[in-house]
Design a binder for this molecule. Structure first.
Ligand code: HEM
Ligand code: HEM
Length: 190
């Protein structure tokens, strides 16, 4: 194991591919919430972009939302497959048995929600029979009308919120270790 200048062992970390996929997912997810909330009128940071590129019509953001959402799904499948191939870094001694369980459960929930949330979005645009304006004078209509669109919107929104809760638990865990236990936990992923 590598050592720092003082000869103290550095904690092990995830491999470069896992780290790149992790931070790409974080970036994509952040953009996805910004775009998602902009689509329902809460423009926030994206207001000047919507004004400039879409003439203030936030409905036209849907194609961007679909592309980012499908990228999150692809990144997640790739990450999960990669994680099964490589050996994960051992937990530092500062992570108790109970905390290891908590971290693993949170990570499993994150993976599940990173698949279920985009899948519910895909269901909305494919099987709800609903239509959306996606460009000036162009609409997208879901090709199948199998499930009530209100129900699917409810599922999509519930999953987004659960995903935010799981991310908050994950962040709390990482920050507790980094700043309370001071075990340089963040280094596992940077
Ligand atoms: C992790 C991935 C995703 C996240 C975090 C996300 C997040 C959001 C958010 C925050 C909104 C606004 C929700 C609201 O009404 O309160 C939204 C709406 C929407 N999302 Fe997603 N989304 C994701 C993936 C997708 C994908 C892959 C699709 C389609 C292929 C999609 C389709 C939609 C649609 C159609 C709406 C508008 C629903 C309506 O008509 O009210 N989403 N999403
Ligand atoms: C915002 C969405 C985030 C998601 C979905 C997410 C997801 C994950 C997942 C699934 C893992 C397990 C390792 C893997 O399979 O690659 C992980 C590990 C890790 N994440 Fe995040 N993460 C997010 C944000 C963050 C942020 C903002 C930080 C830093 C402040 C962070 C720091 C870490 C660290 C240090 C690890 C290593 C812990 C371990 O080995 O289990 N993550 N993350």
């Amino acid at each position: 194991m590598a050592g720092d200048a003082g000869g103290r062992a550095l904690p092990p970390r995830h491999g470069v591919i896992a780290r790149v996929l992790h931070w790409l997912t974080v970036l994509a997810l952040l953009s996805q919430y910004l775009v998602g909330y902009a689509m329902i009128g809460a423009e926030g940071l994206l207001e000047p972009v919507v004004e400039e590129l879409y003439d203030g019509d936030e409905d036209l953001l849907l194609p961007v939302h679909v592309v980012i959402g499908c990228s999150i799904l692809a990144l997640t499948v790739l990450r999960f497959a990669w994680r099964r191939v490589v050996t994960l870094p051992a937990w530092p001694a500062t992570v108790t048995r109970a905390e290891q369980k908590l971290a693993s459960t949170t990570e499993r929930a994150l993976y599940a929600l990173l698949v279920l949330t985009p899948s519910s979005g895909l269901a909305l645009v494919l099987i709800s029979g609903e239509d959306w304006e996606i460009a000036d004078r162009a609409d997208w209509t879901a090709p199948l009308d199998l499930v009530d669109d209100d129900l699917l919107v409810g599922v999509h929104v519930t999953l987004q919120i659960l995903l935010l809760v799981a991310v908050a638990l994950h962040l709390g865990f990482v920050l507790k270790h980094q700043f309370v236990d001071r075990d340089r936990f963040l280094r596992r992923m940077v």
